[in-house]
Design a protein around this ligand. Structure first.
Ligand code: GLA
Length: 681
């Protein structure tokens, strides 16, 4: 089959390449670069991410000659370019001329030049200069035949996520005015009657700089919202220029997986497609589970449309305390994992290993040792394999259950002075995701505003902050036949982080048919026994960090506490409402809520992608528009395994027919094309 049209850019098939930083090299090296890129099957390179100082040597001069030559060279060799706007690292001349653009910490320290990402998100000086550079690049290269994609900035939120300088303070006040309208309304929303925090005017408000004690939580929550919006405004300013000057060329910026600082639901609305940078740690034996979770999120941000793995490391990174390389086969397996979860390309940081600078020990597609290296051999081998998979471009996969993710709730959950500081969103989410992953259930992430009808099961590991509109929607979903499973410390506050009156879980009380009498955090290191009722033998689970004294109102008890102060009280409940049911877990089952989720999965009829999947194998299925299925089978384990196939098909990696079962070597993989006629719609 010929490669399908790639929906991300005009480049056909799957995308393969990396960050190319030619400004670090003499031009003779470029000729070798493009020759080797062709050998590796590279079809897209990201150029210019950190080139500002080279492109604009001072306020009034530009140097585009080198970039002209570079783009021409790439084009002559059939390599398309993802051209960066180069705005992530303002040059020294600009910083010295306008020192106020440097970011300031909550303690009042102005961060120095000498690294990267040294800018205040609300600085007019930085924004004007960034927009000017973007416009100059767009005007010069909009018609260049090598240009396939615009890459705005780099990893917003990396290094600097907030700034406390006077410009940020002014911008924060503007944002607050727009959001709250009047100072009376702000006082109400922030609950400033507490501790005499009343404001007479917006001018009296400052960012939440370091203060003697706990800072107003709603001020902190609004600050989180503002900081995400401030960076997004900056991004949109560049995007607007590209859309105006270079229409028709897609635009993206590289996300950083599940990043707390940025509300990616909001951000992704402004992307032509989602791209992500992912650096799972080869030293972590569970890294692939976390990676799967992040990739599911990236796919979900634009409703299941293909996304791009914009950066991964070919082997080791250089920024961990200990940087373990990828053992042979791991790079290939993890690259295929991104494709298995909806990516239409695999790009890297970076093409050629640097010899100077803070990242000179970071792996690259072309390592320091050159073409004799193991890394290069893997680069070439995977490039060849990727070409065999070209037909999967544009195909999609859809989860069998949905996980609710709300940045607002995440930010609020992790504010200070809560019953336990151990309730962190990633820690609450991971065991739920891992339990689903181990059961072979692919999940989509959804925002609280999503249509849930298509999902037989919706999971909410935590919904600390919850407005009544969302609560009503969840209730309607259950009444109409949906199954909802919700974790502890949910339904606690409204959008201003004020406690819902009338007992927790506030607006979800009727839905779950329970009331929380008191939160009962568990000390570090201790656990409380939770026993699943009705199961044989009586399954024993262990709650860590968190439990709740709950009383059932309409719900039935599914599991109860069997040790400690809450012994005998319900721990997990189910409430049948309308045509569906709502499950409530009042504790954090750190080792995994799997046995509880099994019950909910069975009730919802939501199952694994493949039955009888051996432990350690990940299976996902993408579908093309014509119904052709692509079954990805990835063996993350150390042993050879046999995986039964639902129907015969063709392994695209080997070109061989596969029927009955396939054998996967340790770290081995198969991508089986399943004919449309035998696939579910
Ligand atoms: C991030 C950045 C890159 C590089 C890599 C190193 O993804 O975007 O510029 O620093 O990390 O892992």
């Amino acid at each position: 089959m010929t490669p399908r049209r790639n929906h991300l850019t005009r480049v056909p098939g799957l995308l393969y390449g990396g960050d190319w930083n030619p400004e670090q090299w003499p031009e003779q090296v470029w000729a070798e670069d493009v020759k080797l890129m062709a050998e590796a099957g590279v079809n897209l390179v990201t150029v210019g991410v950190f080139s500002w100082a080279r492109l604009q040597p001072d306020a009034d001069s530009w140097d585009f000659g080198w970039l002209d030559r570079l783009l021409d060279l790439a084009h002559r060799h059939g390599i398309a370019v993802d051209l960066a706007t180069a705005t992530a690292s303002p040059p020294a001349w600009l910083v010295r001329a306008r020192p106020e653009l440097l970011p300031v910490t909550a303690d009042g320290v102005r961060l120095e030049f000498g690294s990267r990402q040294h800018y205040c998100p609300s600085s007019p000086a930085y924004r004007d200069a960034a927009v000017r550079l973007t416009r100059a690049l767009a005007a010069r290269y909009r018609h260049h035949p090598a240009l396939a994609l615009w890459h705005i900035h780099n990893e917003y939120g990396d290094h600097v996520q907030e700034c406390f300088c006077p410009a940020s303070a002014a911008d924060f006040r503007r944002w607050l005015r727009e959001r709250h309208g009047t100072i009376e309304e702000l006082n109400r929303s922030w609950g400033t009657a507490f501790w005499s925090q009343h404001y007479n005017s917006f001018e009296q408000i400052e960012p939440p700089r370091t203060a003697p004690g706990p800072v107003n939580p709603t001020q902190l929550l609004d600050w989180r919202r503002f900081c995400s919006d401030a960076l997004l405004d900056l991004h949109r300013a560049e995007k607007a220029v590209l859309d105006e000057v270079s229409p028709g060329v897609p635009v993206t910026t590289n996300f950083m997986s599940m990043l707390k600082a940025l509300d990616y639901w909001e951000w992704s609305r402004h992307e032509d497609f989602v791209s992500d940078d992912a650096y799972p740690d080869p030293a972590d034996p569970r890294a692939h589970v976390n990676a799967a979770m992040n990739y599911d999120l990236m796919r979900s941000l634009k409703g299941g449309r293909p996304w791009l793995l914009m950066e991964q490391a070919p082997s080791a990174v250089s920024w961990r305390p200990v940087n373990v390389p990828k053992r042979p086969g791991l790079y290939r397996l993890w690259s295929l994992q991104a494709l298995a979860r909806g990516a239409d390309g695999v790009l890297h940081f970076q093409w050629r290993a640097s010899v100077a600078g803070a990242e000179k020990f970071h792996s690259a597609m072309l390592p320091h040792r050159g073409t004799a290296s193991r890394g290069w051999q893997e680069t070439v081998r995977f490039g060849t394999e990727l070409r065999r998979l070209g037909e999967i471009a544009g195909s999609r996969l859809r989860g069998r259950a949905a996980v609710l993710l709300d940045w607002d709730s995440w930010w609020a959950l992790e504010l200070d002075d809560h019953p336990s500081a151990r309730m962190r969103w990633p820690d609450l989410l991971r065991p739920w995701y891992a339990a689903l992953y181990e059961r072979g259930v692919t999940v989509d992430f959804v925002p609280p505003t999503a249509e849930l009808d298509g999902y037989p099961l919706v999971l909410a590991p935590n919904l600390y902050l919850l407005d009544t509109v969302t609560a009503d929607r969840l209730t309607a979903y259950v009444r109409d036949g949906g199954r909802l499973v919700c974790g502890p410390f949910s339904g606690i506050t409204d959008r201003h982080d004020h406690i819902h009156p009338g007992g927790h879980p506030g607006p979800l009380r009727e839905l779950f048919g329970i009331v929380v009498d008191e939160h009962w955090p568990i000390p570090d290191g201790a656990t409380t026994v939770v026993r699943l009722d009705g199961a044989e033998p009586h399954t024993e689970l262990h709650a860590e960090h968190w439990s709740e004294w709950i009383e059932t109102e309409a719900a039935e008890t599914v599991a109860h506490y069997d040790s400690g102060a809450l012994a005998g009280l319900p721990a997990v409940t189910r409430n049948r409402l309308g045509a569906g049911s709502a499950w409530y877990l009042s504790c954090h089952l750190g080792a995994g809520p799997g046995p509880v989720l099994d019950l909910a999965l069975a009730e919802a009829g939501a199952g694994a992608e493949l039955p009888d999947l051996p432990a350690g194998v990940e299976a996902t299925r993408r579908h093309a528009d014509d119904g052709t299925g692509y079954l990805f089978l990835l063996n993350h384990g150390p042993h050879e395994l046999r995986v039964p196939l639902p129907t015969p098909g063709t392994d695209l990696l080997t070109g061989t027919e596969a029927a009955g079962a396939v054998t996967l070597a340790p770290l081995g993989a198969a991508v089986i094309r399943l004919p449309a006629a035998q696939e579910r719609p």
